[in-house]
Design a protein around this ligand. Structure first.
Ligand code: ZN
Ligand code: ZN
Ligand code: FE
Length: 756
């Protein structure tokens, strides 16, 4: 038995949506309830998992004709034992928050119009209606009126105004309404900014350039894409070279859903996500059909592809003309946020793109493509941006207004705002990125201002990471509370799974600032009675040259070997400087990081010694797994407080396997299997039935699936991320949730207060 919670926003109130859901639930023998709230229509339903999947898809697909879904998010939660299905009275009490809607993928009606030669919007790339089009990326102020959007500079023509003012029209009060006569227009520029063509000619010109192997920067909804023909290996390599993006996978846009099926295996929930109003990139396992259409360097050594469908009329028109998959990667310089202004893009991307397909509708704020995958039969959002931002996650606790500034990598910020009676809406910003460049840091500060301005909230509290070196922490220095990184990870996963403890949190990532002068990352945190206690962690080892080790699994491997073998770790050919650093402890810090253990094993097995993007070594190790290998290595748990998980027995056996010439795939499988057994063992020692899995390491599909299965088999209840990423993109929510958890119970362990 499972429970699914579905939140639907859009034109779903006053169109017979609740009776429709009721009848569907009765017909399908699903138990639970449906109700209206300021959030939208809320549904909770219980039943066997396959039935709930079907229910979810039918709620979306068989909806009443006048209902239109602008956003649909769902999570699976613990069942409550509903006995019937009912329409619950609407919630009307409490504080109402105005929601800023996310951008909505082009609806079927608008798609029909732009491909209908007799329609006045034939080939018009900025067609939209009340059911689709830009929202978040054009809103300057609330309320959401045309005068408060970047569309205010376009005066509606007679025909558009009639539609806008006619209550019976699909465009009644559709703020971005526009047409060929009155709305934004396309232009094609060369790399100097000289106009090559306008309107549909610009689009056709861009298509010809892409077909000829060129790189075209396309201004879309939330910023620029760089687009090349996906089948053209030379063009893809040129893009990689010019963008200095060596091996990180590139996303692919396909003309239609049948193309997704052609290239990849697409299960029902993945298809739903691809076709959803959020229209994210969906990570799919590629099939043999991908080969002729997807150049090898799009995602080297990676069994998956990130696939998305067109989500604006511009992209629909472009893809129709292309009639084949393209690479559509973010238009930015490496490490910078997405570019959204054509003049700046010209300067920044002039030496990358051969031409620019631009338009004159200003983009108020950037929104990257979101990334989603289906994991263990549920959706998991890996990057929360276009289509999701800035919608809230609702916590069933009351809070004062808080600003959480997140972590350092994959930064997002969050604003907690009191909502309904005893609830809090945590509005999570769009993905900002790694705060490594000046441009990223300005986007971070602008986003904080922007969120406070949009929601008209002056937060009374500020939350940041404990790490004083994070720019996000420095930005708020001296104010507010600081939340330990892994506590925030655990709290974020608890929050979205509606858990308030006790739980055992397994927070495994590459690194976070610990409370004891070491770098944490292989943590077992018991969340109970409003406090987090570090009950166990992986044995620590020295990381030589802590920054360098981030990109050099080889150095991490040296640290691991030095820890267990001492100076005997050096064999001929090992770098002497490194040995010296480790021996004398120069520029070495100790870490309990699970992510670093992945790096070390990836290097020891010869899979990767240096990385070009974060997480690459761990991905190589995961993709190398020989799935027929079911056994694992030994390990030990020392009975200290906190308990220490000693991986030395495992490492010694890995060295044995290497000596015997065991294939990397076998070692990779045994390594992953061992990590799952470690979690089961620690869980058994601690004895808390609910186990929360969080942190970058749980982006690893094999590790997550195996751990969840093994925990289930041994009688534990595992929980993982669904609506917010397991990576640091979920930290901002976690900071709010951790602070709340500790506040309600009046305990402050692992929370450092700075206000004196
Ligand atoms: Zn529409
Ligand atoms: Zn018009
Ligand atoms: Fe982290």
């Amino acid at each position: 038995m499972n429970r699914i919670r579905i939140i639907i926003r859009g034109a779903v109130q006053g169109v017979g949506f609740r009776p429709y859901v009721y009848r569907l639930a009765e017909k399908m023998h699903v138990k639970g309830w449906v109700s209206n709230s300021p959030q939208g229509v809320l549904i909770e339903a219980e039943g066997p998992k396959p039935l709930l999947d079907e229910f979810l898809i039918r709620v979306q697909n068989d909806r009443p004709p006048r209902a239109s879904i602008h956003s649909l998010e769902f999570s699976f939660l613990d069942p409550q034992g509903f006995t019937n299905f009912e329409i619950k009275p609407s919630k009307t009490t409490g504080i109402r928050t105005a929601f800023v809607l996310p951008d909505i993928a082009t609806c079927a009606d608008c798609v029909t119009e732009i491909f209908n030669p007799t329609d006045r919007r034939y080939h018009y790339p900025f067609t939209s209606c009340t059911n689709c089009g830009p929202r978040f990326t054009i809103i300057e102020n609330l309320p959401y009126d045309r005068a408060n959007t970047t569309m205010r500079e376009f005066a509606m023509c007679e025909a558009c105004r009639e539609e806008y003012e006619n209550p019976l029209d699909r465009r009644f009060h559709a703020q971005p309404v526009a047409c060929h006569q009155c709305g934004p227009q396309l232009e094609l520029w060369d790399e100097q900014g000289r106009v090559l063509a306008g309107r549909h000619g610009a689009l056709l010109g861009a298509v010809r350039l892409i077909q000829a192997g060129g790189i075209v920067a396309v201004k879309g909804l939330g910023g620029f894409h760089l687009i090349v023909d996906a089948a053209n290996e030379k063009a893809v390599m040129r893009l990689r070279h010019r963008k200095a993006r060596e091996e990180k996978p590139l996303a692919v846009m396909v003309p239609g859903i049948q193309w997704a099926h052609e290239l990849c295996a697409v299960e029902a929930l993945a298809e739903r996500a691809l076709l959803s109003p959020e229209a994210p990139i969906v990570l799919l396992e590629r099939s043999a059909g991908a080969r002729p259409f997807v150049a090898p360097s799009i995602a080297p050594n990676n069994p998956c592809l990130g696939i998305m469908l067109p989500s604006t009329p511009l992209h629909h028109l472009l893809m129709k003309e292309m009639d084949r998959p393209v690479v559509a990667t973010s238009g930015n310089r490496s490490g910078d946020p997405l570019l959204r202004d054509e003049r700046i893009a010209l300067q920044q991307l002039g030496d990358i793109a051969d031409a620019f397909l631009v338009h004159n509708r200003p983009i108020r704020r950037h929104a990257d493509d979101s990334i989603v995958r289906i994991l263990l039969g549920r959706e998991q959002v890996l990057r929360r941006a276009r289509g999701y931002a800035p919608l809230p996650i609702t916590l069933r606790q009351s809070s004062s207004s808080q600003l959480a500034v997140g972590a350092h990598l994959k930064n997002t910020v969050a604003l907690a705002v009191p909502a309904e009676a005893r609830e809090t809406n945590v509005f999570i910003s769009q993905h900002i990125g790694d705060l490594e460049t000046d441009a990223a840091f300005s986007t971070f500060t602008e986003t904080i201002d922007d969120m406070q301005h949009l929601y008209r909230v002056q937060p009374t509290g500020i939350l940041s990471d404990l790490n004083p070196d994070y720019l996000s922490s420095q930005f708020v220095e001296g104010y507010g509370d600081r939340i330990q990184h892994h506590c925030a990870h655990v709290a974020s996963c608890m929050a979205e799974n509606a858990l308030d403890g006790p739980v055992l949190g397994v927070a495994w990532d590459s690194m976070g600032y610990g409370l004891d002068g070491t770098i944490w990352g292989g943590e077992f945190l018991l969340a109970r009675d409003g406090a987090f206690k570090r009950v166990a962690h992986l044995r620590t080892f020295p990381l030589p040259g802590s920054d360098a080790a981030a990109r050099r699994p080889r150095h991490t491997a040296a640290g691991v070997l030095f820890e267990i073998l001492g100076e005997q770790a050096w064999r001929a050919g090992d770098p002497p400087l490194l040995a010296q650093m480790l021996k004398q402890g120069i520029r070495s810090s100790r870490t309990s990081s699970a992510g670093k253990l992945f790096d070390a094993v990836a290097s020891l097995t010869g899979l990767r010694h240096e990385t070009t993007f974060e997480g690459q070594a761990a991905m190589d190790l995961e993709f190398a797994i020989d799935p027929s290998v079911g056994d694992s290595y030994p390990f030990a748990i020392q009975n200290d407080d906190p308990r220490i998980v000693d991986w030395e027995p495992m490492l010694l056996r890995i060295l044995d396997d290497l000596d015997r010439g065991a294939p990397a795939g076998v070692i990779a499988a045994r390594f992953h299997n061992t990590l799952a057994e470690i979690i089961v063992s620690v869980a058994t020692t601690i004895g808390e039935p609910k186990i929360v899995l969080t942190g970058d390491c749980f982006q690893n599909r094999y590790l997550t699936e195996r751990t969840v299965r093994r925990l289930g088999e041994t009688g534990f209840r595992p929980y993982w991320h669904q609506r917010v990423p397991p990576n640091d993109g979920g930290i901002a929510l976690g900071q709010v949730a951790a602070a709340l958890l500790m506040e309600t119970k009046k305990a402050k362990l692992l929370r450092v207060s700075n206000d004196g």
